[in-house]
Design a protein around this ligand. Structure first.
Ligand code: SAH
Length: 351
């Protein structure tokens, strides 16, 4: 007990832990979770204050060429009711979002070749033109370095691409043959080199994940230093090969949020929708554990029900305005406050 508390404090002082030490913290988490959360919030408050940044998430297509075993919009799910938003519809979402105080738009979708490099470029330019004071984040999966370069030049600022797991064997058990762990990591490196603010991440409690894997995740994050880290519990979807696998827990997810904040003090860390799905107060608990970002949905209500990566996803019936009002109140209960701000990483502010 004393040993792991000491490790926690070393982390808080900016020393790095090795995989074995992270593992001991994870295994002994019940004894230190309260302290870890307090230290993580102190670090967050010192760097960003008690300000929570919002990202307007636009889920613009649920077509996907991939077949990830865990994901509800996998190509093989014949029950998924597929949709695509037009460029005009997407732009309309950003206009509505801007009025509601969003200064970051996240364009997320399945890997859908319908949206060519040129269409995405046009879209990024269109948003840039209408909302020059906003950050544009893309999250559309694995592409070539050249494509990423094109989008960066068009005005995209950030890119979210969870690596899903740092363990290659584990990766192979979550994805069909043909999907490459190596290529995913190549994408992350390219994105970073091209100057994107980059978000990596993984699911907590994904099938086959061990506590050793989680310790390795923390070591990887410490080395790679992404600007953002998206983690949320794995949640089963009924039409996937993993339908019967148990969901990850809010308690493990929030503890990892605290460890990530302590490992990368300046990181932008969302309290995710998946966390709010496994626990009604999950997002608030995430903020109390050291997170400082929430990503409410700006997609048109008539498609919300269709972007189902997992079952029982929250906030699928509400207009964006309702969502933001509800979230503002929820965040206020944590002593933090949602702000109108791009919410850039400190790296960017120093440039
Ligand atoms: N096609 C894009 C966006 C993927 S969806 C890309 O490849 O980046 C965003 C994230 O949702 C995924 O990276 C994955 O970590 C998460 N996700 C998918 N299925 C999930 C599930 N069943 N439970 C929890 N999270 C899931």
């Amino acid at each position: 007990m004393d040993k792991i508390r000491e490790q926690l404090h070393r982390l808080h002082e900016g020393k790095s832990l090795d995989a074995e030490e992270y593992l001991e913290l994870i295994l002994g988490r019940d004894a230190v979770r309260v302290e870890a959360a307090a230290l993580a919030c102190e670090v967050r408050d010192r760097i960003y204050g008690r300000r929570v940044f919002i990202r307007g998430l636009i889920e613009f297509t649920n077509y996907c060429r991939n077949n990830c075993y865990y994901c509800g919009i996998r190509a093989g799910n014949v029950n998924a009711d597929r949709y695509r938003l037009s460029l005009q519809e997407i732009l309309t979402c950003t206009d509505a979002g801007y009025e509601l105080g969003f200064r970051t738009f996240v364009l997320q979708g399945g890997e859908d070749p319908y949206y060519t490099d040129e269409m995405m470029t046009e879209l990024v330019r269109g948003i840039r033109e209408r909302h020059p004071d906003c950050a544009i984040t893309l999250s559309v999966g694995e592409r070539s370095r050249e494509t990423y370069r094109l989008w960066k030049e068009a005005g995209a600022d950030r890119y979210l691409l969870r690596h899903e797991t740092i363990n290659p064997e584990h990766y192979a058990s979550l994805h069909p043959e043909g999907m490459s762990h190596e290529n995913r990591l190549r994408c992350l490196r390219d994105l970073k080199e091209l100057g994107f603010q980059v978000g990596a991440g993984f699911m907590v409690g994904s099938p086959g994940q061990t506590e050793e894997d989680l310790a390795a995740e923390l070591c990887f994050l410490r080395e790679f230093r992404p600007h953002m880290v998206g983690i949320g519990p794995y949640v089963p979807h009924q039409d996937t090969p993993f339908a019967k696998e148990p969901a990850g827990t809010a308690e493990l997810t929030t503890f990892l949020l605290s460890l990530i904040r302590l490992t990368l003090p300046e990181v932008l860390l969302p309290a995710t929708t998946a966390l709010g799905t496994v626990d009604a107060l999950g997002r608030e608990k995430g903020i109390r554990a050291g997170a400082n970002v929430v990503m409410p949905n700006l997609s048109p209500v008539d498609v919300r029900e269709k972007y189902l990566l997992y079952d029982h996803k929250i906030c699928t019936g509400e207009e964006a305005a309702q969502c933001i009002a509800c979230l503002k109140e929820r965040i206020r209960t944590t002593g933090c406050e949602i702000v109108v701000d791009r919410g850039d990483h400190k790296d960017k502010e120093r440039q």
